[in-house]
Write a protein that binds this ligand. Structure first.
Ligand code: DAH
Length: 348
């Protein structure tokens, strides 16, 4: 046997042995591998040793030396593997890996309950034929008040009840006049009724829209109030619209959002932009909760947007989204909706 061939066989075995010992996973595998490679009777190294006899006499010393080195290499690889299995700390990745352990699931996020509510309300009104309209949160007094028939002396315009924005260069002086007299012409909208005006200004009748969004009032936060909240506004204008249509739409809406069994109550009320006006209550637990207002669009509002009140009639409503959401999910304090405590939000 040629010396080169013999040496190459030994090297191959040593390399294969090192790789096998390095990937061995437990003691019984290690022992099986040891017997296979180093076994005194049928081990692979023993098998190669037979080749030594066939090497030319002159090459024997070199061949014998290389054989002993190979044996040592394999025994070292075995010892290393044995040590690794005995003290797992020396090779964490291989020894601690448990292929049967369940993986870590990534946590799925989801929409905020208010966003979920808004989407569902849009959905329900969409099925009732209402298009979604939007308007700005920074408004002028025309859209927030004047065109809605809220005259300058109306208490709703009091600077203390609204977030007026003091535009640069504008000297606001609350002492100088009555409510709303000498304040900035811009404010954060206090109601989504503004969008009624914006839509009617830009579209001829018939109109059938809902608008959902944030509104702002300087209220002290408590279980049912917050300085920022959401409203859903509805407006339907056509010929021969009556109060019966309004009540039907609101009843259908309430039962599809809150369930068949929910009771809805209409109480006579007053809003400058509707005549007649009602307040809309829904039954919750043992009592009634006020959800918002509604009514037949006041002829003055039609005039303000260039509609002819002799040609068209319409109804409008504005409901509190937080209250609907709270009623739906059983939330008793709306402040929880805005604390961003994940433990609370996760529940919905
Ligand atoms: N804008 C009223 C509010 O914020 C709610 C409202 C009442 C809206 C009657 C309407 C309506 O469209 O017809 O208190």
């Amino acid at each position: 046997m040629a010396l080169d061939e013999f040496l190459a066989e030994l090297d191959q075995l040593a390399e294969a042995a090192a790789a096998s010992f390095a990937s061995v996973g437990d003691a019984s595998e290690l022992e099986a591998l040891r017997v296979k490679l180093l076994g005194a009777k049928n081990g692979q190294l023993k098998g190669l040793q037979k080749g030594l006899a066939r090497v030319a006499a002159a090459d024997k010393p070199q061949a014998g030396k290389h054989f002993n080195q190979t044996k040592q290499r394999i025994e070292d690889a075995f010892a290393l593997a044995e040590q690794r299995l005995e003290s797992p700390g020396t090779d964490q990745a291989a020894s601690d890996f448990d292929a049967t352990e369940p993986g870590l699931r990534p946590r799925l996020g989801h929409l905020h309950p208010i966003t979920q509510t808004i989407q569902e309300l849009k959905d329900i009104f969409g099925r009732l034929g209402f298009r979604v309209a939007e308007g700005p949160e920074i408004e002028d007094e025309r859209h927030n008040f004047e065109a809605l028939n809220i005259d300058p002396s109306h208490p709703a315009r009091d600077p203390l009840d609204n977030f007026y924005l003091h535009a640069a260069g504008y000297a606001a002086d609350p002492e100088a006049g009555g409510p709303g007299a000498d304040v900035s012409p811009w404010l954060l909208r206090s109601q989504t009724s503004t969008v009624q005006i914006r839509v009617m200004e830009n579209t001829p009748p018939p109109v059938r829209i809902v608008s959902l969004g944030r509104v702002y009032r300087p209220d002290t936060a408590d279980a049912t109030h917050y300085p920022m909240f959401h409203q859903i506004e509805g407006l339907l204008v056509d010929t021969d619209v009556t109060m019966a249509d309004l009540k039907t739409i609101l009843r259908v809406f309430c039962s599809s959002y809150l369930g068949e069994e929910v009771e809805v109550r209409f109480r006579p009320s007053f809003f400058p932009f509707t005549e007649p006006s009602v307040e809309v209550d829904m039954q919750w637990q043992d009592g009634w909760v006020e959800m918002g207002g509604a009514g037949m669009v006041d002829p003055n509002v039609f005039r303000a947007v260039g509609y002819d009140p002799d040609q068209v009639t319409g109804f409008a409503f504005g409901l509190g989204v937080e209250r609907l959401c709270a009623r739906r999910f059983g939330i008793t304090d709306i402040r929880d909706l805005f604390k961003n405590d994940v433990r609370f939000l996760q529940q919905f």
